[in-house]
Each structure stands twice: as structure tokens, then as C-alpha cells.
Write a protein that binds this ligand. Structure first.
Ligand SMILES: NC(=O)c1ccc[n+]([C@@H]2O[C@H](COP(=O)([O-])OP(=O)(O)OC[C@H]3O[C@@H](n4cnc5c(N)ncnc54)[C@H](OP(=O)(O)O)[C@@H]3O)[C@@H](O)[C@H]2O)c1
Length: 331
């Protein structure tokens, strides 16, 4: 049998465990040119909240009863496609399930480099790393000596963004939701400072750590923190709108940033993006990320929950702030 999670209900407010339904279906049957993958890891993403909502934001909305969309990585156990040999590992948008059949079209990352652990291919070498690299390079455009503020900095994307900005010679300050996360940022990852947005006075802390203003604000959260960052922009600042997790569970109207006019006063640029728009940068991004990973300059952490059936719990962890680094499920 193939173990799967199907969309059971469009979430209202916070994601409930019952919004996904455990399902057993017969093993998928492989066709011509296809391969059968046995998943080892599943990734969970904040974007899943939008995919589950039944809205057409930037991807096809999921219907109740559909297989939950998600990235996974695992071993090719049968192959009728010469590009993928039995025994190789692959990662891609393979669905929240234990076995997937594919012709390879949904492999944005493709074949896993066996010199690097499989889990990293869903984090720092997966969509997470690509998002960090492409958004920073194309929109943030960091320069030596600039000050970069990153929200959800101890999460998957933020932790890579901050380290890449450090490698470009920037001063990097992270915002995170616990003392443990802040310690990880400044201790292990080399951030210059970290602000606990749940206990510190965020406006005063930004002022203290960014006395000349923020040159790049990497926004993963939106809401009140975005507003506080907009209040303290340096002239020529860039605001990279990557995500807005503080608004994903909000039903009804979401407040806009009241400090948006500082973009005018500071000649700043605020630009959003979906990583798939930067596919032309992916080969360069993977090469650079791999180089930094292998040299030890880029540290990463996968927060792994054990057991396929824990996938909905893993998804909730992103919204509770329980995860450090990339949240995965070990099948
Ligand atoms: N544009 C794109 O193409 C693209 C691609 C990938 C991801 N994203 C976006 O990037 C952001 C980060 O994604 P990720 O996969 O790297 O997840 P992540 O950062 O690993 O996990 C989410 C983190 O958000 C924080 N958080 C949760 N609720 C919050 C709230 N109400 N206010 C402030 N912080 C909150 C939590 O950390 P704390 O403990 O610090 O609160 C949590 O660990 C998300 O907004 C996601 O949608 C965008």
C-alpha cells in the first residue's frame, strides 16, 4: 500500500491536524518513461497553508480529496527512464506520500549528489536555498559593509539568507522567536546580532543594531515586524518580500504596512518574488550553495520529525515556531 496524506478540509485560521487525512491507496503503477520513487524525507513549507486554502494565488489550488502537494526526496526503486537509474536518489515535487511515480518533469532539483546527505537537498540545496540565493542576488543585491535585517532568521530560508549575506561582507541581524534560536544565530551561524521579537522591544533593538538604518530587509513574516523595519530604512534600502507567515492563518482583512511611505522618503525598493520566477539562476545557485556547503562556510540544520504519520504535526511546527532550520519528516 501507498501511504498518503490528502487534503481533508480547507483550513480556517490555524492549520488543524484534521485538515489533512491519512489515506492508504494501492501502490502506484509505473508507465512508459516513468520511475518509482520510495520517499525517505518529506519537506513541509509555510506555502502549504496557501496551497490548502483553495485559492488560486500562484499555483493551482488543491481540492478536498487531492493528494497534498509537497516536496520529497528518496530512492528510485524501479525505472523505465534512462535518465534515472535504480538506486539513485532524487528530489522534487512528488506529493505527501510514501511512493511516487513520475516521468521526471516534477524534479526541479533532480538527481541527488551522493556526496551530500539527502536531507540537505530539501533544505539548503532545495527550494529553501534557491529562494535565499535568488532573492538575495536578484533583489537584495548585498554590498560589503551593508546592514541586513532578516525575519524568521532561524527558519530554513532566513538562516541561509543571513549566512549568504555574511559571506558577501554584510552585517547581519536576525529576528527570531526564542532565546535558543537567537543563540544559534549569533553562536553557530555567525550573525552579528539577534533580536527576540517576542521578548525584546523590536523598534529599540533595530535602532541599536542598525544605527545607520537597514540597507536590506528580508521579509519572511510581514505584519507588525515589516512595519517596524520600514520605519528604519537606510537611503537606497531594498526590501525583499519573500513571505508573510504572520498573515497566512488570518481570516478576513489583513492590515497593510502603515509605514510604506518611507519607501518614497528613502528611495527604497520593495519587491516580492516567487522563487520559480528565477529558474534561470538555479544552476548558478546550486553550484554556489554546494561550494559553500562543502567548504563548511554555510551551516545548515534540518529539524527532523520521525514517521510519515507525523507530517501534519511537522507542518504545524512551522506556524508554532517549533522548528529550527528546515522542517522535514523522515518517512
Ligand atoms: N517567495 C518564495 O518563493 C518563497 C519560497 C520559500 C519560502 N517562502 C516564504 O519564506 C518564509 C519562510 O519559509 P521557510 O520555509 O523558511 O519556513 P521557516 O522559516 O523554516 O519556518 C517558519 C518560521 O516562521 C516563524 N513564524 C511563524 N509564525 C510567525 C508569526 N506569526 N510571526 C513571525 N514569525 C512567525 C517561526 O519562527 P519564530 O520562532 O522565529 O517565530 C517559524 O520557525 C515563509 O513566509 C514562506 O512562505 C517564500
Amino acid at each position: 500500500m501507498n501511504r498518503q496524506f490528502l487534503l481533508n478540509a480547507h483550513p480556517v485560521g490555524d492549520i488543524k491536524l484534521t485538515d489533512l487525512k491519512y489515506h492508504e491507496s494501492p501502490m502506484p503503477v509505473m508507465g512508459e518513461g516513468e520511475i518509482l520513487v520510495k520517499m525517505e524525507y518529506l519537506a513541509v513549507e509555510p506555502a502549504m497553508r496557501g496551497w490548502m486554502a483553495g485559492r488560486s494565488d500562484y499555483t493551482e489550488p488543491l481540492k478536498v480529496g487531492d493528494l497534498m502537494r509537497g516536496f520529497g526526496a528518496g530512492e528510485v526503486i524501479e525505472s523505465a527512464n534512462s535518465l534515472y537509474q535504480v538506486g539513485c536518489r532524487v528530489s522534487g515535487l512528488l506529493g505527501m506520500q510514501e511512493y511516487a511515480v513520475t516521468n521526471g518533469e516534477n524534479f526541479p532539483i533532480g538527481i541527488i549528489d551522493e556526496a551530500i546527505d539527502t536531507a540537505s537537498h530539501l533544505g539548503v540545496l532545495g527550494v529553501t536555498g534557491l529562494t535565499a540565493y535568488c532573492g538575495l542576488k536578484a533583489i537584495g543585491q548585498p554590498k560589503v559593509g551593508e546592514t541586513v535585517l532578516v525575519s524568521a532568521a532561524a527558519g530554513a530560508t532566513g538562516s541561509v539568507v543571513g549566512q549568504l549575506a555574511k559571506l558577501q561582507g554584510c552585517r547581519v541581524i536576525g529576528l527570531a522567536g526564542s532565546a535558543k534560536k537567537c543563540e544559534w544565530l549569533t553562536g553557530e551561524l555567525g550573525f552579528d546580532a539577534a533580536i527576540n521579537y517576542k521578548t525584546d522591544n523590536v523598534a529599540e533593538s533595530i535602532q541599536q543594531h542598525c544605527p545607520g538604518g537597514i540597507d536590506i530587509y528580508w521579509d519572511n513574516v510581514g505584519g507588525a515586524i515589516l512595519d517596524l523595519a520600514l520605519e528604519q530604512l537606510a537611503v537606497g534600502a531594498r526590501i525583499v518580500v519573500c513571505g508573510g507567515i504572520s498573515r497566512y492563518n488570518v481570516s478576513g482583512e489583513v492590515p497593510g504596512p502603515k509605514n510604506y511611505f518611507n519607501i518614497v522618503f528613502n528611495n527604497a525598493l520593495m519587491k516580492g518574488f516567487v522563487v520559480s520566477h528565477y529558474a534561470h539562476l538555479f544552476p548558478e545557485a546550486i553550484a554556489e550553495l554546494k561550494k559553500y556547503l562543502l567548504s563548511g562556510e554555510l551551516k545548515h540544520h534540518e529539524d527532523i520529525v520521525e514517521g510519515f504519520e507525523q507530517a501534519p504535526v511537522a507542518l504545524q511546527r512551522l506556524f508554532n515556531g517549533d522548528n529550527v532550520g528546515k522542517q522535514l519528516v523522515k518517512v
